[in-house]
Design a protein around this ligand. Structure first.
Ligand code: AMP
Ligand code: MG
Length: 319
């Protein structure tokens, strides 16, 4: 990670803030922007210096490619060839919390580091009005991984971004708390077959309903999503999962009505969408208490599967 060396501006999501953010991006600087999933650390995807700054600010390993954010489907199709299934998923879920990985087109113009040298690229049209307004104002593709130091908890508020990256990026556009709160689901293609590369803010069930077939999860190593490391989204404190009765001294994160007495609840009523939206904020708050963390059991269906994926990585032994 680079040392803090600049004054990070906080920008309001109004026309002056958006104009300033777009000007910074055109100058190759980095701006954290709200999206419906988590805050993204945006830089001009065609500018190699800007892309290098993203990796440096986050301390992100160079083999971990970035998602390119676009204003519309036309801009996405100018960069990559989407197979028929991809076009159907895009028609249904874009703009929204879905990333599609597809082969790059010749003349795409992206900085090579964006794709970590791969011949495919990860694309998304975000739904958040501030992200869409910034993409329109900037007028080009924005590479944007989550706006947090690599490996740590993802940011769902501008305050989380500042806590992790203040002094390392030019500005944060403050668009409030993220509504989905989990990173995008990532789907790639093995020939015509759709493969779930990362569970995320759109459930497997919702994707399969549109595809009309089960999503593959394993392609026998034929296509992979680099950077999906076992330890990720990690609080500083140790974390235990599936804990119905916490140990003395543990911070207990509950889910559902059976967790009266929990220090925090992801959703008192057991609503998985609410739990997804609150997950990272609750982990940030629990971590600030400086004690070990225990999390109540979570159903493994719908968004619960994505929440469990993030919790397992948060609990995994550290690199
Ligand atoms: P994020 O860290 O949320 O920005 O998500 C980026 C993730 O998208 C990476 O860690 C990869 O797992 C995945 N990804 C990005 N580009 C590609 C690609 N070309 N092929 C496969 N997976 C990709
Ligand atoms: Mg991330």
């Amino acid at each position: 990670m680079t040392k803090p060396s600049e004054q990070t501006e906080t920008l309001a999501p109004d026309s002056a803030g958006l104009a300033r953010a777009a000007a910074l991006l055109r100058a190759g600087r980095l701006v954290a922007m709200p999206t419906e999933t988590v805050y993204g650390l945006a830089g001009d995807a065609r500018n190699p210096d800007a892309v290098a700054r993203i990796f440096a600010a986050k301390g992100r390993p160079a083999h971990n490619p970035l998602i390119v954010h676009l204003a519309n489907l036309e801009a996405a199709l100018a960069l990559a060839d989407l197979p028929e299934t991809g076009l159907r998923l895009a028609a249904e879920f874009w703009p929204g919390p879905l990333t599609l990985v597809a082969p790059l087109r010749a003349g795409h113009g992206l900085a090579p580091a964006v794709t970590a040298g791969l011949e495919t690229v990860a694309l998304r049209l975000p739904a958040h009005p501030v992200a869409r307004a910034l993409l329109a104002e900037f007028g080009g593709p924005l590479a944007a991984p989550s706006a947090n130091p690599s490996g740590r908890i993802s940011p769902t508020t501008a305050a989380h971004v500042r806590a992790g990256l203040s002094g390392r990026i030019a500005a944060v556009l403050d668009g409030g708390a993220c509504a989905v709160g989990l990173e995008s689901a990532i789907v790639g293609f093995d020939g015509p077959r759709a493969v779930l590369l990362r569970a995320g803010g759109l459930s497997r069930e919702a994707l399969e309903a549109v595809i009309g077939a089960p999503l593959a999860t394993d392609t026998g190593g034929k296509i992979t999503a680099p950077g999906q490391l076992a330890s990720h989204y990690a609080p500083r404190a140790a974390l235990r999962l599936n804990v119905a009765t916490p140990n003395p001294g543990e911070v207990w994160i509950g889910f559902g009505p059976d967790c009266a007495g929990a220090d925090f609840s992801l959703s008192p009523t057991g609503d998985l969408a609410e739990a997804g939206a609150r997950l990272f904020a609750v982990l940030h708050q629990a971590d600030a208490l400086g004690r070990p963390i225990a999390v109540a059991p979570m159903p493994d269906t719908g968004l619960g599967a994505s929440i469990n994926d993030r919790l397992r990585r948060a609990a995994a032994p550290r690199r």
